[in-house]
Design a protein around this ligand. Structure first.
Ligand SMILES: *Cc1c(COP(=O)(O)O)cnc(C)c1O
Length: 229
């Protein structure tokens, strides 16, 4: 038997058809589910074929890496939507606001305050999602679920940030659906429309729990090699 390497384009089409089937299965309109191709650690050459297929939503988790890749790609393709999905340091807020359209990792007051100041300065308002540490894992970013309502209120009403939804990364060895349901509950009671949840291993489950953004990396681009997770 001949084993053929699956190209990112073939994998991408496979994932989009699975996204479509999951949306359909959940009785949801396909337009309400946005697939973010997580391109961290992959090169411009890896990304280009997906742009040629017409895909526009991409996710990165490090500012510096994003700056090394995306300005050039954006000169070629104007309507790219770039998502910041990794932990954001306050000293990178300026670059984040300049280069990203959606920031999924707002998770503490000092960061939120810096975002508010910098949005005013640049007169740009990328959409903000609040990251919730649904598993209360000490090593993981995200606001504690017990503090989520107050933090959301602070970001929206005191800082006037364009907060549109919530994001979570469930603990690696727990049933993700419990975390997806929990995140949805927090979003519902705070009247937030967007849910960023679901990765390569569990995006179909996330869609059935209402995900509006799924963040899929390795199932499209292949495995990353350990260090830069
Ligand atoms: C890397 C990453 C993903 C994509 O993970 P895969 O398992 O490769 O699909 C999704 N979300 C975040 C926050 C990530 O850092």
């Amino acid at each position: 038997m001949v084993f053929q390497k699956v190209t990112p384009v073939a994998a991408f089409h496979n994932i989009t058809s699975r996204v479509r089937a999951s949306a359909q299965g959940a009785g949801r309109a396909l337009e309400t589910v946005n697939l973010i191709a997580v391109s961290k650690t992959f090169s411009k050459e890896d990304i280009m074929p997906l742009l040629c297929e017409g895909h526009r939503h991409f996710g990165e988790n490090r500012i510096q890496e994003a700056l090394d890749k995306w300005p050039e790609l954006r000169r070629e393709v104007k309507d790219i939507v770039l998502h910041m999905i990794g932990p954001l340091q306050t000293n990178k807020v300026r670059d984040a606001i300049e280069h990203f359209n959606v920031i999924h990792s707002v998770d503490r007051s000092r960061l939120a305050e810096r975002l508010a100041v910098e949005m005013k300065r640049q007169d740009r308002r990328p959409l903000c999602l609040i990251q919730v540490n649904t598993g209360r894992e000490p090593q993981k970013a995200g606001i504690d679920p017990a503090d989520a309502d107050a933090f959301i209120d602070y970001c929206r009403h005191k800082l006037n940030l364009p907060v549109k939804g919530l994001m979570c990364i469930p603990p690696a060895h727990e049933e993700p659906s419990l975390h997806f349901a929990f995140l949805r509950e927090i979003a519902l009671r705070n009247d937030l429309a967007h849910l960023s949840m679901g990765m390569s291993a569990d995006f179909e489950t996330a869609i059935s729990f209402g995900a509006t953004y799924v963040r899929v990396g390795s199932a499209i681009f292949g495995s990353r090699g350990s260090p830069k997770l």
